[in-house]
Write a protein that binds this ligand. Structure first.
Ligand SMILES: *[C@@H]1O[C@H](CO)[C@@H](O)[C@H](O)[C@H]1NC(C)=O
Ligand SMILES: *[C@@H]1O[C@H](CO)[C@@H](O)[C@H](O)[C@H]1NC(C)=O
Ligand SMILES: *[C@@H]1O[C@H](CO)[C@@H](O)[C@H](O)[C@H]1NC(C)=O
Ligand SMILES: *[C@@H]1O[C@H](CO)[C@@H](O)[C@H](O)[C@H]1NC(C)=O
Ligand SMILES: *[C@@H]1O[C@H](CO)[C@@H](O)[C@H](O)[C@H]1NC(C)=O
Length: 473
């Protein structure tokens, strides 16, 4: 069973202090690796809901962070912590003089800020940086370039944004396709090399490709490897699938789910469903009918207020797995990865009215929104995002692995070491219409983007299988 603090104010919980992993550039492979760290989401449903809605302003004091990395910006270097976001493509940082950062509660102090005028390597680019995320947060100000260091490596003249106006106390490191940069979508300018692309240009890595290992929920650390894979972090072989283009453009990390099984029970067979791999989403969101079938099987009770379901916590000990097939491979997710323990600020666990401890279930209905494989799925998979070849390679994760065997990803097709291309992969025929090309709209976090009132639909659908769950806190 996993522990997720719920209602607890966990803004300053840092669980581990791992040093970064650095590969030697000279003699070893050209790979840049660094540790990621996770702050437990205070209330994962609430967080996802904000992310999915596009209307609500995020409560900054309660900003629930997922995976982040440390970096420095400028000369002399200033430390910043940045969310890693595969759903957007710009890096931006806060600046100490913004209205947000000057607030009494010092919302930017935790993650750090950057002051352009204090950096001798700062160069101004233009005042057209303006990003908005689906959750209603955003930042705007200047595009600049400066030195950015992380994982023991240094990038000179990397373009990024400064949030002179910002609603988010922590900067974001968007590592998606450059077509999704707001400079392209909003300002109509050509793409610039964002962080992974610039690493290729500067010769730090060979391909615009990176691997993410989120590890076990209880472990709280994982890592990201730019330009490499670590064969000690997964089981068996990596299998390579095409990323699904949208209107002919590769813009998001969509792959095709072909089958979903719960134990021996078929939840969906012969599927050709586009699903988005999104590290920024806590839960997994699937079509309502499939979710309903799963809830029936596991005895989950849907709470329309939360837009999510609760199960008896004892389900975490059930050995049944949820098996996600993508033509090939199949990623099996253990029940204990799907049963999230909730703890209130007073240390209590919610119960159903009959006194049975209630846990949050890691799968929720997508309504009319995008189908998203969020962290409750992704922790069970080792995923290589190969932007140069528009492919995703994946394998079952090796939890809590302490050994490493890092190999460089070369250039060109078939260069992910140890990965086999899946023959005749199914192309998605469903689940694509709900997604939009973020670049054309200048929105970040395409991840859970939807232009329909998602929650309204979820709520309407929910009543169909609402069981009137009452939780006691
Ligand atoms: C980031 O830096 C802080 C402060 O030095 C440290 O406590 C934390 O462990 C670091 N996190 C990562 C992911 O390196
Ligand atoms: C930086 O310094 C210049 C010149 O002193 C000043 O005009 C500008 O407002 C400063 N910018 C910021 C963001 O403080
Ligand atoms: C950024 O874009 C949003 C949405 O288009 C707009 O409302 C806002 O005024 C813009 N901000 C700046 C500083 O241009
Ligand atoms: C991984 O390690 C954590 C403790 O750091 C432990 O709670 C968890 O059960 C381990 N996971 C697996 C799958 O062994
Ligand atoms: C485990 O869960 C499955 C699906 O909900 C159920 O069919 C099975 O009976 C459960 N097994 C045990 C031992 O509770």
């Amino acid at each position: 069973m996993k522990t997720t603090s719920f209602l607890a104010v966990a803004a300053s919980i840092i669980v581990s202090a791992e040093a970064l992993v650095l590969q030697q550039k000279q003699n070893g492979p050209r790979v840049v690796g660094l540790e990621t760290e996770r702050r437990p989401a205070v209330n994962p449903i609430h967080r996802d809901r904000l992310r999915r809605r596009g209307t609500v302003v995020v409560n900054l004091d309660n900003e629930e962070t997922l995976y982040f990395i440390n970096a420095t910006v400028g000369t002399p270097p200033r430390s910043v912590r940045l969310h890693i976001d595969t759903g957007s493509s710009d890096l931006w940082v806060n600046t100490p003089g913004s209205q947000l950062c000057l607030q009494q509660s010092k919302p930017c102090q935790y993650a750090g800020t950057y002051s352009a005028n204090s950096s001798s390597t700062y160069e101004y680019i233009g005042s057209y940086f303006n990003i908005s995320y689906v959750d209603g947060s955003g930042a705007s100000g200047d595009y600049v370039s400066d030195t950015v260091s992380f994982g023991g490596q240094k990038l000179d003249r990397l373009q990024f944004g400064i949030g002179y106006s910002s609603t988010n106390g922590q900067g974001i490191l968007g590592i998606g396709y450059t077509i999704n940069e707001v400079q392209v979508g909003r300002a109509g300018k050509p793409a610039y090399p964002n962080l992974p692309a610039k690493m290729v240009d500067d010769g730090l890595i060979q391909s615009n490709a990176y691997s993410l290992w989120l590890n076990d929920l209880d472990a709280n650390t994982g890592n990201i490897l730019f330009g490499g894979v670590d064969s000690e972090k997964y089981i068996g072989d990596l299998e390579t699938l095409p990323i699904q283009a949208e209107r002919g453009v590769f813009a998001e990390f969509l792959i095709t789910l072909t089958r979903l099984q719960l134990g021996t029970q078929n939840i969906g067979g012969d599927l050709a469903l586009a699903v988005l791999l999104d590290t920024g989403s806590s839960l997994t969101y699937l079509p309502d009918t499939m979710v309903q079938a799963i809830y029936t099987q596991v005895g989950a009770q849907f709470d329309s207020d939360q837009g999510a379901a609760y199960v008896p916590c004892s389900l975490a000990r059930n050995k049944t797995t949820m098996d996600f097939t993508f033509s090939s491979p199949t990623i099996s997710v253990d029940m204990n990865e799907l049963v999230l323990d909730l703890v209130t600020s007073s240390g209590k666990r919610p119960t159903f009215q009959n006194g049975v401890p209630a846990c949050l279930f890691g799968i929720a209905p997508a309504g009319s929104g995008t189908n998203v494989l969020g962290d409750t799925f992704l922790r069970s998979a080792y995923v290589v995002y190969d932007l140069d070849n528009n492919q995703i390679s994946l394998a079952p994760t090796k939890f809590n692995s302490t050994t490493t065997n890092v190999k460089e990803i070369g250039r060109g097709a078939g260069s992910v070491p140890g990965a086999t291309v899946v023959a005749n992969p199914v192309a998605a025929t469903a689940g694509i219409s709900g997604t939009s090309l973020m670049g054309s709209l200048g929105l970040g976090n395409s991840a859970t983007q939807s232009f329909t009132p998602v929650m309204g639909v979820i709520l309407a659908t929910a009543t169909a299988f609402l069981t009137g769950v009452m939780l006691v806190f």
